[in-house]
Design a protein around this ligand. Sequence first.
Ligand code: COA
Length: 162
Amino acid sequence: MSASTTIALYPGSFDPLTNGHLDIIERASHIFDHLIVGIGASQAKSTLFSLEERLGLLSSATKHLKHMEVAIIPGLLVDFAEQKGAQVILRGLRSETDFSYEFPMAMMNRRIGHNIETLFMATSDEYAYISSTLVKEVARLGKSVEAFVPQQVAQALQEKFK
Ligand code: COA
């Protein structure tokens, strides 16, 4: 990649990927020269899907997009960003609540990272209420979640809860 290439890292737990995440990924893939979608491997959250399952679902749901890759973030986000040459951490914002959660993380990452900038992208309004937790809850209780997640994810959720 040339020196002027802008590489963005979009991190998350993606447990599982929702249409809200996919919306951010698709829009960002048209803005940055290269987009890395990074799955955090930290144990802070207990997850329904394993890292490998999440990697598989993300790869399959984004295979139509160019200039992007899916990867696992093994440790600190800023270390991974530096290793990948990313200048930007991208996060989606759905509400003020997201902002309060994101702001300290962005400041911490700037403090411990090397000139890494966090940029926020506003969600498309139709996805503002979607979260991975709500999707899992609806699927667990037997309702279809096809309106909220890519088809591969809906299928994987159905498998998990059958
Ligand atoms: N559409 C739909 N849902 C969205 C969304 C969007 N645009 N943006 C965020 N969300 C939801 C997610 O589904 C998730 O929902 P849930 O809580 O119900 O699961 C929630 O918002 C936020 O989760 P996520 O975006 O996955 O972030 P996270 O808080 O789990 O953090 C990492 C994930 C990878 C960014 C974080 O764990 C990390 O940085 N790990 C590396 C270790 C590290 O560097 N730590 C220090 C950080 S300062």
